[in-house]
Design a binder for this molecule. Sequence first.
Ligand SMILES: [Zn+2]
Length: 571
Amino acid sequence: MNDEEIKKEIRKFALQNAIEHEGQTRDKTILAKILGSIPELRQKVQEISPVITEIVSEINQIPLEQQQKEIAEKYPELLQVEEKKPEQNVLPALRNTEGKTIITRFPPAPNGYPHIGHAKAAIISEEYAKMYGGKIILRYEDTNPGTERLEYYAAIKVGMDWLGIQFDKIEHVSDNLENLYENAEKLIKSNDAYVCICKQDTISKNRKEMIECNCTKRSMEENEQMWHEMFGEKKFKEGQALLRFRGDMKSGNTTMRDPTLFRINTKKHARADQKYRVWPTYDFSGIIFDSNSGVTHAMRSKEFELRKELHHNILDKLGMGKAEFVFFGRLELEGMPVSKSALKPLIEDGKIPWYDDPRLPTLEGLRRRGIRPEAVRKFILSLGLTKNDTNSPFATLEAFNKKIVDPECVRLHMVSDPKKMKISNFEAREITLANHPTKDLGTRTVMVDDVLLISGSDAKQMKVGENVRLLGLGIVKITNLTDQIDAELVDDSEKAEKKIQWVAGKDALQIKVIVPDLLFINEEFNKDSLQTHEVITESAYSNLKDDAEIQFVRLGYYRKESSHQAIFTHK
Ligand SMILES: [Zn+2]
């Protein structure tokens, strides 16, 4: 490549980058791009740096429209829509799939709002079902009366619908406890389960010391009778009797030390009301339902790995089929905890109004913030099927979201802490602005007279005598900054380093923007994590549909929540 060709290449990169950033590009960005594209230039950074600086400065001084025109004329290929590459399959193949219809399941407990961790389990299960032309079941693991609420069942379904997951079947554990009872009786009859009436602390102590309690010595007939007594109200109250699996109290695997299969819970159940008082634990209901529903592959978070031995043991005793277990690590977003123990107190203290708060990694919170479900899916799949726990920065999810929303979101001007600018020689006229720098999203026409509003932060940096480009309008020279900002329109061929957005005084619309930030910084609740500002935008905001994503030029992406409120999505 000769010098001319290199210069041409630099100019191309600079133009491309400038139109993606409201007409402004930067030396560093272009240097990185050119070194990435022409590796041999890495030896010549000293020589090409000044060339880049010169070209970047040239480009920054021409208006965005002219930059776009030059690209359209010289490099039309840059404006073409990127060809879609087939999505790469990042999930590893499953074992034991031959000759089977693959069935997976997502078994949430309806005891809270679904969050990013649920999304991971559901999406991985669905992707595998799709990969093998199989089926997926949504199973409400609703066996804890007192913790379930109808609104949580609904929130899970709404969250799954939002993620675009279509279940082939929906089941509720609470619909078929009878079958679980039958299986429990089989275990009692084969002497693989017994009723324990010890106190909870005795049970814990015995587990720790690997000692069997006296309850293990009762006969099968006695156990059968006591099991039946657990269903009546006369003998046992809540917490007074358990059905335990006869595992191995001496096992190195603590989950094998005679775990609980059923316990008495007399609280009112959200769906079954008071129909049942003996409720299974997840150790039991999960695997029996999997087996009965023909689940071939059960995706589970890796904390269940230790329980595999127990679960196989129980199924073996019952002679029931086993699903293949596939384990994966937990997913959280940095500074955005999902655990109920972290979130509940914040909600009870009123520090967070509700689970749909845009600071939260709940599906509802992410949706309100403007995160797209496709971005959640791509983000999750990009992590692969690792068993490592992931504590990902929000920025990673943000990057996936940006790629999806950017090409389809309209640009608007917005100014905060507005300051009035009066342009002495401006004749009132209609100005047409493009809704997107590169995509055809139409234009908008704004009536502009000599009064504009600009952001306080831009105003602060202005100096008398300097030229400033008002994006899409022209270049003005600042003539006075004492009590108000006065300016005069100058020729478009003049130089202007600064490019700022503005709103026509006659077109101003006041809205509120909500700006969420990290909920926790270094494990501490961030009390400034939600800011609200009154800002001024263009009246064209009113024409957008609720839920539309917008880019406020130079400020970032926002979701229109209502006619008077937008939520900051990300930069
Ligand atoms: Zn006992």
